[in-house]
Unconditional design. Sequence first.
Length: 213
Amino acid sequence: MTIPRRSWRGAGAFAAAAIVGLAGGVISAGPAAAHTPTWAVTCSEVTLNLTAYSGSATNEVTVSVEGGAELLPTTQFGREFSTKEPLQLPKHDKELTVRLVVKAGDDDKYSFEDKKTAPVCEDDTPSPSPTEETPSEAPSTEPPTSAPEPSETPSETATEAAPAPAEPSSSAPDLAETGSSSSTPVIGGAALAVLLAGGGILWSVRKRRSTQH
């Protein structure tokens, strides 16, 4: 049995169309899987992994903080690039915007640019200063319900504890001859009494004699 030539031509055309379609699918899937930038940002570091780039072209990557310094200055790479150690972010008390720029050397359409936000780490959060803290309770404006008791009078023990005045020393030297002495009034009084007694005796004797004559 022989197959007509027209049938061979139809089968060949179908096979050729299938091959072209399969090849086109592979070609179209290739660029989609190539040039894969992957990166992550935490509160303190940035990790980066770039794969499936053209090894025959010069590619460039830059990582920076908006309004700050570059974490990774512009660096050239080939087919792939990854951070051996995470890029350290500076300490911050507010969120940071991190920017990634990748320039593909084979075609600019494969270049990549993205931004991510780095949150604030808990350890970097500043504690409120004492002046900013609000008092837990407002001071009461109501007058006190009872008047404060008067303070007690000084205890007797305070007066007892006070040092007694020092007594004059008995061994103090006598006053000078030109001054008065403590014994002078006593001596004068005794002399006056002797004089008065003698005068009285003399007067009584004279009176007795005059009565006898």
